[in-house]
Design a protein around this ligand. Structure first.
Ligand SMILES: Cc1cc2nc3c(=O)[nH]c(=O)nc-3n(C[C@H](O)[C@H](O)[C@H](O)COP(=O)(O)O)c2cc1C
Length: 171
């Protein structure tokens, strides 16, 4: 039985190599589809660290953060997840996994006993190591197979998201 769910996501608006300068990030669009289809609440992981950065400096900064295993801070408080049994976790692939700021939040939340459903948007890496990394961060959770979609496909890709969710029992 599916009870209350929430989508926890990070998404970077602004300069994007594949789709140009975007006002709403690719992952945020997918998070929107998930909420529309399943009724899931949302928690957006926000940082202003990358605001206004051009693509190449961002790529370099993100590589440095990943290489050093940094934990950049997010804005505000971690969400209270006590009312949720299912947690979608989504973000872009940055250097083979989720952006480091997502791992900062992962340290602050406990998903033991919950069902966790990872998803990504990417430009070729698919899920990369996200499912493995989520399993490692939340050993007490039941982590389902992940879903990935190309970032440049999301604006016309609602049907793909719908199909994936139908397979999970959401109509
Ligand atoms: C810093 C950075 C690193 C990236 N690294 C990868 C990568 O390793 N593999 C990949 O397929 N796409 C990579 N991408 C592309 C993004 O994953 C893709 O554009 C994604 O849809 C962006 O989602 P967003 O708009 O929600 O932030 C990278 C993009 C950025 C900005």
């Amino acid at each position: 039985m599916l009870l209350q769910s929430i989508v926890i996501f990070f998404s970077h608006a602004g300069d994007n190599y594949s789709v140009g300068n975007i006002e709403v990030g690719n992952t945020k669009i997918v998070a929107g589809y998930i909420s529309e289809i399943t009724g899931a609440d949302q928690y957006e992981i926000v940082t202003h660290k990358y605001d206004g950065m051009a693509y190449t400096p961002l790529i370099n900064l993100a590589r440095e953060e990943a290489g050093n295993g940094e934990f950049p801070p997010y804005e505000g408080e971690a969400p209270d997840l006590s009312g949720y049994d299912t947690v979608f976790i989504g973000g872009p692939i940055w250097w083979g996994t989720y952006p480091r700021v997502m791992f900062t939040l992962f340290r602050d939340i406990d998903l033991a006993g919950k069902t966790v459903i990872p998803f990504t948007t990417h430009e070729g890496s698919g899920l990369a190591s996200t499912v493995r990394d989520v399993k490692k961060a939340f050993p007490g959770a039941t982590v389902k197979d992940g879903f990935s979609i190309y970032g440049h496909e999301v604006r016309s890709g609602r049907a793909k998201v719908e199909k994936w969710l139908k397979g999970l029992g959401y109509e």
